[in-house]
Design a protein around this ligand. Structure first.
Ligand code: SF4
Length: 264
């Protein structure tokens, strides 16, 4: 879905939106990236402007309301109307943070940055509660710039057409990466979903975009949408890992782990 189509009015730009459609809010274990295994509060936004072939995220909740699991792992859901105002979200985050020791608050999607006007109201208050961790497609540099001062960790995707089956986003990624680096206090890492078809040209594009060789690169093998398994030839895995590890200082292969734990 394009950013413009999620506006509540044709005269309101995304930067002016003060409420946002949310799918779910819950406490769980991070299943991807450099903080895999860490306890986080998750805030999942509805809608995305991309259509990655491997995407398993429902773009809206079944009820259209925001589903909130106040007791982690209980499966007991409370329903909140959408779109949600910033203070309601901050209060819910605060309640969930009280249930356990959490590493950070993960804003995920969908694409959270579609709602950067809303995030500008939420991030400063959320950051006072716990570090703000942003999971993003890494394609909308101007939206990131709006919230960058209050973002502690940026998990930035670089979309490889071999996996997404979509047009390349490399120019958008390059702009996004350079904006992300403008906040030296924000931790930045890259996530690459890849498969047997990933090409040397795509890996060259990643090297051109990520100009700091110390930026961590997380290789995430594509998970099958059907049986949730990874079908990757071991030889391709090592070829791709070798190629990137010869250039970047910190390359790790981490499959999605939350699906093994059967948690949200
Ligand atoms: S960017 Fe993320 S949420 Fe959007 S379609 Fe791709 S995988 Fe799904």
């Amino acid at each position: 879905m394009q950013a413009a189509s999620v506006q509540s009015s044709k005269t309101v730009s995304p930067s002016e939106l003060k409420t946002a459609p949310l799918q779910e809010i819950f406490s769980s274990i991070q299943g991807e990236g450099i903080y895999v295994g860490k306890r986080q509060v998750f805030v999942r936004f509805a809608h995305c402007h991309l259509k990655c072939a491997y995407c398993d995220t429902p773009m809206t909740s079944a009820t259209g309301q925001c589903h909130v699991e106040i007791q982690p792992g209980s499966g007991q859901i409370e329903y909140y109307p959408n779109p949600m105002p910033p203070q309601v979200l901050v209060d819910l985050i605060g309640e969930l943070l009280k249930t356990a020791r959490h590493h950070s608050i993960s804003f995920t999607g969908g694409e959270p940055l579609l709602y950067h006007g809303f995030l500008k109201s939420v991030f400063p208050a959320a950051q006072k509660l716990a570090p703000v961790y942003l999971e993003t497609s890494g394609t909308q540099a101007e939206f990131l710039a709006e919230v960058l001062p209050w973002t502690d960790i940026i998990a930035m995707d670089i979309k490889l057409p071999s996996a997404t089956q979509e047009a390349p986003q490399f120019e958008n990624h390059a702009r996004f990466y350079q904006v992300a680096r403008q906040n030296p206090a924000a931790e930045l890492y890259i996530k690459l979903v890849f498969n047997n078809q990933t090409t040397a040209e795509e890996l060259d594009a990643v090297k051109a975009i990520v100009t700091n060789r110390k930026t961590p690169i997380i290789l995430q093998p594509e998970t099958s949408l059907g049986d949730k398994k990874v079908y990757l030839q071991p030889q391709r895995l090592f070829e791709i890992e070798n190629t990137l590890a010869a250039h970047f200082e910190d390359v790790r292969v981490i499959p999605q782990t939350h699906k093994m734990l059967n948690v949200l």
